[in-house]
Write a protein that binds this ligand. Structure first.
Ligand code: PMP
Length: 289
């Protein structure tokens, strides 16, 4: 596997970064997860734009333009000779002193991996996922800006641990006020009386690129969208539920905390969103070769 690292495509074994890198020492950095389908990178510009927004928010000066980062990403995928997969693009603060002062890190490091990812077993895309609510909350915006896709994912990792220990594959994370924010790596949607509802970004959800795709599909299908604060109760009594994310794609949810959602099977509208998503993913995007 070829990895893009600080300007060069190198073999996986040669892709090394300093143990003094603040991405490793402090989670000081930003990242993106991007999928490519059928020889094209899906929503590449949107992902790179979000990466630059995240970097700006943490005062990490990017020494490349967005166009350059798009180009490096395409080069990395092309160098690996795969048509379908998942890209992990990471920008760290770079190597510095042991203290956390980021101003003592002279230059950021960037690496790009083009590989594959499988978040949930295939059967759940057909039969749906069972969710639990975890005790770990999304941090308040004043503690850790939820819009920043930073390397600080310990909160999500702990939520994932709770899900697995609770016998589930995914957990619903609430914000400090007790409203639904999102899952550990996915945005959440419910359908009630033919309307599509999803938590507000300001409730602690990442401004997901797949979330935006779903909102576009809803407009195309003429489904009314309501972005508002949601509680667990709203999910319990919903007709349908699904999650979205680059790695997860679109996956139906059939229960939350043992309350069966709808008739316990992936809903009709959910299946429509899933199909529309796949047809967009397979037919649009930035060619990389
Ligand atoms: N929430 C979190 C916490 C995530 O890590 C992700 C994955 N990037 C998402 C939501 C979904 O976002 P996207 O559709 O942009 O991948």
């Amino acid at each position: 596997m070829k990895i893009w690292l600080d300007g060069k495509l190198v073999d996986e074994q040669q892709a090394k970064i300093s143990i003094f890198d603040h991405g490793l020492l402090y989670g000081d950095g930003v990242f993106e997860g991007i999928r490519f389908y059928n020889g094209r990178i899906f929503r590449l510009e949107e992902h790179i734009h979000r990466l630059f927004d995240s970097a700006k928010a943490i005062l990490l000066n990017m020494p490349w333009t967005q166009e350059e980062v798009c180009k490096f990403t395409c080069e990395t995928v092309a160098a690996n000779g795969i048509t379908d997969g998942y890209i992990r693009l990471v920008v760290t603060r770079g190597a510095g002193e042991l203290g956390l002062n980021p101003y003592l890190c002279p230059k950021p490091s960037m690496f790009i991996i083009a590989s594959t990812i499988k978040l949930y077993p295939e059967e759940h895309y057909r039969n749906g996922l069972a969710l639990i609510t975890c005790a770990t909350r999304r941090p308040a915006p004043a503690a850790l800006m939820p819009q920043v896709k930073s390397l600080n994912y310990l909160n999500n990792v702990m939520a994932k641990v709770e899900a697995i220990q609770g016998g589930a594959l995914e957990a619903v994370m609430l914000n400090e006020q007790g409203y639904v924010a999102e899952c550990t790596g996915d945005n959440l949607f419910i359908i009630k009386n033919g309307e599509l509802l999803t938590p507000l970004i300001s409730d602690g959800a990442l401004d997901g690129i797949t979330r935006a795709v779903i909102l576009e599909i809803a407009a195309k299908l003429g489904v009314k969208v309501v972005e508002r604060s949601l509680t667990r109760y709203d999910i319990f009594i919903s007709d349908e539920c699904f999650l979205t994310g680059t790695a997860a794609e679109v996956i139906p949810v059939v229960s939350l905390d043992r309350r069966v959602i709808g008739d316990g099977k992936p809903g009709e509208l959910t299946r429509k969103f899933l199909a529309e998503f796949h047809s967009l993913a397979m037919s649009t995007g930035t060619p990389f070769a």
